[in-house]
Ligand binder design. Structure first.
Ligand SMILES: NC(=O)c1ccc[n+]([C@@H]2O[C@H](COP(=O)([O-])OP(=O)(O)OC[C@H]3O[C@@H](n4cnc5c(N)ncnc54)[C@H](OP(=O)(O)O)[C@@H]3O)[C@@H](O)[C@H]2O)c1
Length: 278
């Protein structure tokens, strides 16, 4: 299979390229090589690569910055996705795209399923929801909602921020009242490979490590695994003013993915694997 990967140098993009390198003919496209919002460039790249699947890891992810720069967020997260989906449709390629738990408002008290109604609370979230809708322009498409990604070369994730603080013996401020289902990029990449092999029905799938936790509990687990003395400072969402609203309860259910034959490892196991990998 020939695979065009957009956003190839990002956190997830690098993991996707690594996962597929020995399984497929991968054409990695960094942002410098391909701006997904440039329709003419996308047309040329897709014609040149002639892919059977287009995997889009490119996105504008500055959640707070998007409040002041909606046009850049919309251009990458919505228009760029539409451009790629149309290119996939015209070549008969499968389109894989990634979205976010932020499409929900975070007011439920049980894990969100794909049937729950999105209620985006920020410009970033609205731009990602538009991207989900536009991705469906490709008749064969998978939109994988991921959350709190960790792993990959950039070390910019919240997990990495806590890990680095613990390793450096510095205090870490962590939310006691935000619930998340974290996603290890290696496992998201593995699920993407399985999806392209199994080919379940097109649509939206939640693709996170199984289970959920607060950031505080997750930080405690990091400290246990690293086995170092550490100071974790509990903070509450209400005490940290942020530009964009975030869902406070954002556990996602993986059931639809599991029913499609793809089991996601638990977040505890994924975190241990990440922290003990060489
Ligand atoms: N990170 C998370 O915790 C998280 C949570 C939920 C959902 N997601 C979703 O998961 C996917 C992967 O996220 P990630 O964390 O791997 O993102 P990332 O590390 O920020 O990588 C995104 C990549 O896209 C590139 N990019 C931005 N605008 C572009 C454009 N117009 N054309 C081409 N490339 C462009 C970026 O380049 P520059 O670095 O040069 O800007 C970067 O290389 C995204 O869809 C994201 O929305 C992520």
């Amino acid at each position: 299979m020939r695979l065009l990967v957009c956003g190839a140098s990002g956190q997830l993009g690098a993991a996707i390229v690594k996962m597929f390198t020995n399984r497929a003919d991968v054409v990695p496209m960094t942002r410098a090589a391909l701006d997904i919002a440039d329709a003419a460039a996308v047309g040329r790249a897709v014609a040149d690569a002639s892919p059977e699947a287009i995997v889009n890891c490119a996105a504008y992810n500055d959640v707070d910055g998007a409040e002041d720069d909606a046009s850049t967020a919309l251009s990458a997260n919505a228009i760029g996705v539409l451009t790629l989906a149309r290119a996939a449709r015209s070549r008969g390629a499968t389109f894989v795209h990634y979205s976010t738990d932020f499409v929900f408002d975070g007011t439920l008290d049980r894990p969100y399923t794909e049937d729950d109604e999105p209620k985006p609370q920020s410009v970033y979230a609205a731009s990602k929801l538009l991207g989900e809708w536009f991705a469906a322009d490709a008749p064969s498409h998978y939109v994988l909602r991921v959350e709190s990604l960790f792993g990959g070369p950039r070390r910019r994730s919240t997990v990495d921020r806590i890990v680095d603080a613990v390793r450096d013996g510095k205090p870490s401020r962590v939310f006691v009242d935000r619930t998340v289902s974290p996603s290890y990029v290696e496992d998201v990449a593995g699920a993407t490979a399985r999806l392209l092999a199994l080919r379940p029905a097109s649509g939206v799938y939640h693709c996170v490590n199984s289970g959920w936790t607060t950031w505080y509990e997750l930080a405690k687990r990091i400290v246990e695994i690293l086995d170092r003395p550490a100071e974790l400072v509990p903070v509450r969402v209400a005490d940290v003013p942020l530009r964009a609203r975030r869902p406070q309860y954002a556990a996602l259910s993986n059931r639809k993915l599991r029913d499609a034959g793809i089991e996601m490892p638990s977040w505890e196991e994924a975190l241990a694997r990440y922290l003990t990998s060489p």
